[in-house]
Design a protein around this ligand. Structure first.
Ligand SMILES: Nc1nc2c(ncn2[C@@H]2O[C@H](COP(=O)(O)OP(=O)(O)OP(=O)(O)O)[C@@H](O)[C@H]2O)c(=O)[nH]1
Ligand SMILES: [Mg+2]
Length: 229
């Protein structure tokens, strides 16, 4: 099935799609992309860097968990044991068959590990997205190929909620692009873009902060420390 610009996934399906539609819907998945090398965050894997005593990966998992039925962490084989210890729940793992192929390859791996109809996608370094906003994106994505927010005047690739089959097809399209990355994926998926006005009505723009360096993490710790005083 190919999905085009105006696809409304609630439209009457063909008989083949009908079979797929009646195929078990295991609900909502939460996919965390964590297979990067954290090169801008020397000496440790940033997914394991502590924020308020908890590894970033656990902060993201805790934020996603209330909004999803299953949690899947995408990473390399050599990260799995440490990540399993770092999170409270018992997540599933989607291990990259070939490491270091970039976030889009990680996303393909994660998508292929779920039977869910829709999935929320977060990177391991974005610890402040509230579960309530993920719920909101699930609602917006309903019968569409997905939903992403507009933040700081720009459409974001992540966080995203995507229709899993549509997303798998968009990954293939993006993969065939010369600089196929997450932006090419979102462009191929053509999701609903939640306007900045709506986003700010739901959540503080700081919720979309991602952490790439020790300095960025230190600055966030400083702000949360001051807020506690
Ligand atoms: N599976 C997989 N995920 C990746 C890969 N590269 C990056 N990611 C994930 O994509 C998300 C965003 O990437 P970055 O913020 O650049 O993280 P990173 O690549 O680990 O960090 P840098 O090495 O500093 O660029 C993070 O959650 C990463 O874990 C990869 O090669 N494979
Ligand atoms: Mg990177």
């Amino acid at each position: 099935m190919s999905l085009t610009d105006d696809d409304d996934l609630s439209e009457t399906p063909s008989s083949e799609d009908n079979k797929a539609a009646t195929h078990s819907d295991t609900g909502r998945a939460g996919l965390i992309l964590a297979g990067g090398r954290s090169e801008r965050f020397p000496t440790i894997d940033k997914a394991l860097a502590p924020l308020d005593g908890a590894p970033l990966l656990r902060c993201v998992a805790d934020a996603l968990s209330p909004a999803v039925d299953e949690l899947i962490i995408n990473c390399r084989q050599d990260q799995q044991a440490a990540f399993a210890k770092a999170v409270d729940d018992d997540p599933r793992f989607a291990i990259d068959p070939v490491a270091d192929r970039g976030p889009l390859a990680g996303l393909r791996t994660a998508l292929s590990a779920t039977e869910a109809t829709y999935a929320a996608i977060l990177p391991c370094d974005m610890p402040f997205v509230p579960a309530g906003f993920i719920e909101y994106l699930f609602g917006q994505a309903q019968n569409k190929t997905g939903a992403v927010p507009c933040v700081g005047g720009q459409q974001r690739s992540l966080p995203a909620v995507v229709h899993v089959r549509a997303a798998a097809a968009a990954c293939e399209t993006a993969h065939n692009h010369r600089d196929g990355g997450l932006a090419a994926f979102i462009s191929a998926l053509d999701p609903i873009v939640v306007s900045e006005r709506t986003v700010t009505a739901h959540v503080d723009a700081k919720a979309f902060t991602d952490i790439d360096t020790h300095e960025e993490l230190a600055a966030i710790r400083e702000v949360s420390h001051r807020a506690e005083q």
